[in-house]
Design a protein around this ligand. Structure first.
Ligand SMILES: [Zn+2]
Length: 134
């Protein structure tokens, strides 16, 4: 069973599959909600709407991985993972940096994303690949 198809965040995965980023917000108080849930943690409403967001963010945190983990054989080492804070909504998402540069990302640096896939074992997971904004 693919848990990306039936969880509260299923619309997130479906939007990435369709080539865009959609994130949830409360239909009542309009607060952005992440992780996705079935009830607003602020006002208690159960009405959620999913809205497209541009793939623009700033680097909130990052790490460079030098050692192979199980099922990541398709990734070239080292690779840089970031937590990207999506512009104008404050939601933070995991992703990978496209830039093979030895320069470390800077906290707060602007990045732009594209959607690709990351092969993990037999699965190919939709992934936001971030690059330094021009
Ligand atoms: Zn709410």
């Amino acid at each position: 069973m693919n848990h990306r198809l039936d969880g509260a965040d299923a619309p997130y995965w479906q939007s990435l599959e369709a080539g865009q980023l959609q994130l949830p917000r409360c239909a009542s108080c309009r607060r952005w909600l992440w992780p996705a849930g079935h009830r607003c943690s602020t006002c208690g409403s159960i009405g959620m709407v999913w809205e497209e967001r541009p793939l623009r963010a700033t680097v909130y945190s990052w790490t460079r991985t030098w050692h192979r983990f199980a099922l990541t054989e398709a990734l070239d080492l080292p690779y840089v993972s970031i937590v990207a804070e999506i512009e104008d909504c404050g939601i933070r998402l995991m992703g990978r940096m496209d830039d093979p540069s030895p320069d470390d990302p800077a906290i707060g640096e602007a990045v732009v994303g594209r959607i690709d896939r990351t092969r993990v074992g037999d699965d190919a997971i939709p992934t936001i690949i971030w690059s330094r904004a021009a």
